[in-house]
Design a protein around this ligand. Structure first.
Ligand code: KG4
Ligand code: ZN
Length: 349
């Protein structure tokens, strides 16, 4: 069974063909990072225009790489939520148009759920039930994922997502957008214990996250490192003269606080689980971070859990995860109407 997946929720235009929900026959991702760099963040109008230019080449590329024509497809799926509405509309409309013209089922997929499917590409299903962790630019969520495909949200961020916090911290110390990978590279040369930063836990039992206070504490730490007493100072300007070593220490301390918080919450979720988890499945751009990967590998080893760590290319936004998420729904005979709306928020927000 071949499903064409299409993804255009933010600043990646992607198309992929996935066989039987697991085997990635092709995956094309056209990133727009260069278009948004000057603005230090994604500009919605620029993103949707770029998606329009890139969507058909991405689909053609995916079909060619997969060695199948349009008529070989069994269904067309697109990420319909959450995301930038103008961007989502491009991929959703392309998928609906193709599904209608080919007379194949259309499936609208929740992007947050799809991130979990990146963890099961090119492999057998995990041992159930699994602890699902999505750490992306827009979400930081913990799920119980059961064998029948059902998801129960156990925790979520009450303010900023981890990726968003990485991006904002990186911007404060003058790193380019998207900040997560740049901050990770810089952190490799810093001391993670050099600057004390908070690890908000929101109570002993809570599985929710909060990264907004950490962001403020990081801002204060940058100003302190720069010897700037005025809290209203432009933090990027204050950070500019800092040495590379000082910035690396800030980056390493920040990364350690985020990873440490996520690790505590995962351990808690595993301890609280009844029946116990048998696997950990991860997805989302921040899961490309080596320090987070190492922390989760340690937890999985300690608890003897089946760990599903997708390769970096499938952690960040891609369309293979969209096609994979559509597969179980297609097997159940589901299809979505062609007037299914694109929506800015996830049902897991
Ligand atoms: O999943 P994703 O591609 O898009 C969303 O659904 O949001 O995640 C993008 C986020 C960005 O915030 C980016 O800075 C972060 O993932 N990210 C990283 C790394 N690679 C991407 N954060 C930390 N370390 C990384 N290596
Ligand atoms: Zn994503």
């Amino acid at each position: 069974m071949l499903i064409l997946g299409i993804e255009s929720s933010c600043d990646e235009t992607a198309a992929a063909v996935v066989e039987d929900g697991r085997r990635v026959r092709s995956s094309v991702v056209a990133s727009q990072h260069e278009l948004h760099r000057t603005y230090r963040g994604v500009v919605p109008e620029i993103a949707s225009r770029a998606h329009l230019e890139r969507i058909l080449p991405a689909i053609h590329g995916a079909l060619e790489e997969a060695g199948c024509g349009l008529s070989g497809l069994d269904a067309v799926a697109a990420g319909v939520r959450p995301g930038l509405i103008g961007s989502l509309l491009v991929g959703t409309s392309a998928a609906k148009g193709l599904a209608w013209a080919l007379d194949r089922p259309f499936l609208g997929i929740d992007h947050v759920e799809a991130h979990l499917f990146a963890g099961v590409l090119e492999s057998d299903p995990p041992a159930w039930p699994a602890l699902g962790l999505v750490v992306s630019g827009g979400h930081t969520s913990l799920f119980r994922w059961s064998e029948d495909g059902s998801l129960e949200r156990l925790g979520r961020t009450i303010d900023d997502a981890a990726g968003e916090a990485f991006d904002k911290a990186a911007s404060m110390i003058g790193l380019e957008h998207p900040g997560g990978p740049a901050l990770e590279r810089l952190a490799a040369d810093g001391d993670p214990n050099s600057i004390p930063l908070p690890r908000p836990m929101l109570g002993a039992e809570s599985l929710d996250f909060s990264f907004s206070g950490l962001k403020t504490a990081f801002r204060n730490a940058v100003l302190a490192a720069a010897g700037e007493p005025d809290p209203s100072t432009d933090v990027r300007r204050a950070a500019a003269p800092l040495t590379r070593e000082a910035k690396a220490n800030l980056a390493a301390s920040f990364q350690s606080a985020v990873v440490g918080t996520i690790a505590v919450k995962c351990r808690r979720a595993i301890e609280q689980a009844d029946p116990p988890f048998r696997a950990i499945v991860l997805g989302g751009g921040v899961v490309a971070n080596a320090s987070l990967r190492a922390a989760l590998a340690t937890i999985a080893q300690e608890r003897h859990l089946d760990l599903r760590l997708p390769p970096s290319a499938w952690c960040v936004d891609n369309a293979a995860m969209i096609a994979a998420a559509a597969h179980p729904r297609l097997l159940r005979g589901e299809r979505d109407p062609l007037d299914l709306p694109a929506q800015p928020v996830s049902r897991w927000s």
